[in-house]
Design a protein. Structure first.
Lengths: 144, 332
């Protein structure tokens, strides 16, 4: 039986639905209730609908993940601005960490990080972040 | 209302209205451009997107990655959709029929911004007539071309934006061909010649330049064209982590010069002033060869028999850079 997306509140119900089970042309909602001024509402406080891709994840695309080292970071926000996937979480001008559900492991954040050694580095997906932090490289001498 | 963005830290206070877990490739520039454009303002934004990677991968039923009003339109008519929204908005505003939430923002000086996003296929080729028409009629909206120089979403066919020597699926390099035969179309000048009040070329790697231009574009009344360099890891065949570096090589070699053209018209529509400003001058202009070498779509050009195409490239880029500087100097 065809189902209207408006009626569905649980993301898992959508994931299990076939194309033929959806009402054709049913509207997709970003939020479960009206948000008047989205630009003023931070991600954590938004009433995301199950039909918003924010509620889904693409983390399993990765084979390597960026690991963040707070001790070295200068909060320049290069990683934030160049991340194509809204996966760098910054609050009050400070870098906080990586949103692993949405990070596709492209590695751009690592490339643009200007510190020496870098404050973000790629590690194998299966490695524990604490282990990655314990193996962090030392400062690299620059060739002049 | 112009959002205050003095530096990157201040910019990072933006709350993205474009969402993660969309299905764009890892390292895709389209996403970086969309973020920078949307975050350039906190005003409401209405987006129309032409078919292409951005549309297809951010609206895979039953999901949407858009927290702004968003219109899924055809491949060839993003400009019409945006122009129509703009015309409808103006009538509703005049008649006092805006929805209360919108009216409140308008009263606070936060007019909705209407933006069309389309690929180069959807802009330089198939969408050109609707784009040209909307610009000629002078609707108040911004058109952003996500220029990855290829029909990426359908497997990498050449477009009139594809530069000479690029290997694409319809201009493949091989034993008898060095790839694409035609030079890239000069879309920025073509759009400026419509008399649009503001036209600019940008790169996502120079975020501040991009944001400033988008903000300028939002402030003028009339159609605004933004040509955005969009390095495509899949079709340019560079590693995803190199997207920003490849973009920078394009800018620093002057393959992708950053500039703006401002037209001023009198009440009869006569253009009385045209100014071209170069907004970024590389400290050292690097050889085009370095830009080409970073992208395997040009790999075959480094064979001895194709070397002359690299020389041609350099000549074309130098001539164009010279032309832009002359125009800037002359104030035309
Ligand atoms: C009228 C029409 N013709 C062809 C297509 C198939 N089509 C969908 S996306 C696309 C390529 C888009 O290329 P471009 O505009 O450069 O955007 P990109 O995917 O590169 O971002 C094509 C040919 C279509 N959707 N509609
Ligand atoms: S690896 Fe790519 S997607 Fe992940 S946080 Fe870094 S820039 Fe973003
Ligand atoms: S780019 Fe590096 S130094 Fe800058 S905010 Fe990100 S992690 Fe910190
Ligand atoms: S093919 Fe290119 S433009 Fe399309 S999503 Fe992938 S990287 Fe982006
Ligand atoms: Mg394209």
């Amino acid at each position: 039986m065809a189902r209207d997306l408006k009626e569905i509140k649980d993301i898992n119900e959508i994931k299990d639905l076939g194309w033929d089970e959806l009402i054709p042309g049913a509207a997709l909602f970003s939020f479960t209730e009206p948000v008047e001024d989205v630009a003023e509402v931070p991600m954590e406080e938004r009433p995301y609908a199950p039909t918003n891709s924010h509620e889904w994840q693409v983390g399993d695309w990765r084979v390597e993940k960026p690991v963040y080292n707070r001790d070295l970071c200068i909060d320049c926000q290069f990683c934030w601005v160049f991340c194509p996937d809204m996966s760098i979480l910054s609050r009050d001008k400070k870098m906080i960490g990586v949103i692993y559900e949405h990070c596709k492991g492209c590695g751009i954040c690592v490339e643009v990080c200007p510190t020496n050694p870098k404050s973000l580095l790629m590690f194998p997906e299966h490695m524990d972040n604490d282990e990655a932090l314990s193996m962090w490289p030392k400062k690299e001498e620059k060739d002049k | 209302m112009v959002k205050k963005i003095k530096n990157l830290k201040e910019f990072s206070l933006s709350n993205d209205r474009f969402e993660g877990a969309n299905l764009m490739c890892p390292g895709c520039s389209h996403n970086i451009i969309v973020r920078e454009v949307l975050n350039a303002t906190d005003d409401p934004v209405i987006v129309a997107t032409a078919t292409g990677c951005l549309e297809v991968c951010t609206a895979v039923y039953p999901k949407t990655s858009w927290d702004v009003s968003w219109i899924h339109i055809g491949f060839e008519n993003a400009a019409v959709a945006a122009a129509t929204v703009s015309a409808a908005y103006e009538v509703m505003k005049k008649k006092g029929k805006l929805p209360p939430a919108t009216q409140k923002m308008v009263d606070e000086g936060r007019e909705p911004k209407i933006v069309a996003f389309a690929g180069d296929g959807g802009t330089y080729d198939i969408g050109f007539q609707s784009l040209s028409g909307a610009f000629e009629r002078g609707h108040n909206f911004m058109y952003v071309c996500l220029d990855n120089e290829v029909y990426a979403n359908t497997g990498g066919q050449r477009s009139s934006s594809t530069p000479i020597g690029a290997s694409t699926t319809t201009s493949p390099a091989g034993s008898v061909s060095y790839g694409e035969k035609m030079m890239k179309k000069s879309m920025v000048e073509i759009m400026a010649d419509h008399g649009a009040p503001y036209v600019a070329q940008v790169s996502p790697s120079k975020w501040k330049d991009l944001v400033k231009k988008v903000q300028k574009g939002f402030e003028v009344y009339g159609p605004v064209y933004i040509n955005a360099q969009s390095a495509c890891t899949t079709e340019w065949k560079h590693a995803p982590e190199d997207t920003i570096e490849v973009s920078d090589l394009g800018v620093d070699s002057c393959v992708w010069p950053l500039y703006e053209i401002i037209n001023e018209r009198d009440e009869h529509g006569i253009i009385y002033s045209t100014k071209l400003n170069i907004t970024y001058r590389p400290k050292t202009k690097i050889p085009v060869e370095e830009y080409l070498a970073a992208q395997p779509r040009f790999r075959h050009l480094f064979k001895p028999e194709n070397r002359h195409i690299i020389d041609l490239w350099q000549k074309a880029v130098d001539a164009r850079w010279e032309y832009l500087q002359k125009r800037e100097e002359a104030g035309v």
